[in-house]
Design a protein around this ligand. Structure first.
Ligand code: ZN
Length: 100
C-alpha cells in the first residue's frame, strides 16, 4: 500500500500550501455565522489559515475571508474571530517545546 498524500489546502493569508490538519479552518456555517473550527469538521464553506496570527491578519487585511467564505465580516466579527483563532493556536502549541 502506498502512503497517501496528506490533503493540501492553501492558507488564505500567505498562500502557502500545507497539510490541512496543520492549518486552522475558518468556516461559514449554514446559518451564516463565521467561526473558527478547531475540529475541521463543521458543516459549511471553509477557508484555511496557518496557525499564525500574522497569516490571520494578512487574510483579514486582504479580505480573503470575505472572498473565500462569501460573507461580509464586520469589525466585530473580525475581533471575535481573532480571539477564537488565538485560542485555537495557543491550545495547539503543546508539542512545540523544542525538546527542552
Ligand atoms: Zn499562512
Amino acid at each position: 500500500m502506498k502512503p497517501r498524500k496528506p490533503p493540501l489546502r492553501t492558507c488564505v493569508g500567505c498562500g502557502a500550501e500545507a497539510d490541512k490538519r496543520t492549518l486552522v479552518r475558518v468556516v461559514r456555517t449554514p446559518e451564516g455565522y463565521v467561526i473558527v473550527d478547531p475540529t475541521g469538521k463543521a458543516n459549511g464553506r471553509g477557508a484555511y489559515v496557518c496557525p499564525d496570527v500574522a497569516c490571520f491578519e494578512a487574510a483579514v487585511r486582504k479580505k480573503r475571508f470575505a472572498h473565500a467564505l462569501r460573507v461580509n465580516l464586520t469589525e466585530d466579527d473580525v475581533e471575535r474571530l481573532r480571539r477564537e483563532f488565538e485560542r485555537v493556536v495557543d491550545s495547539g502549541r503543546d508539542d512545540s517545546r523544542d525538546g527542552r
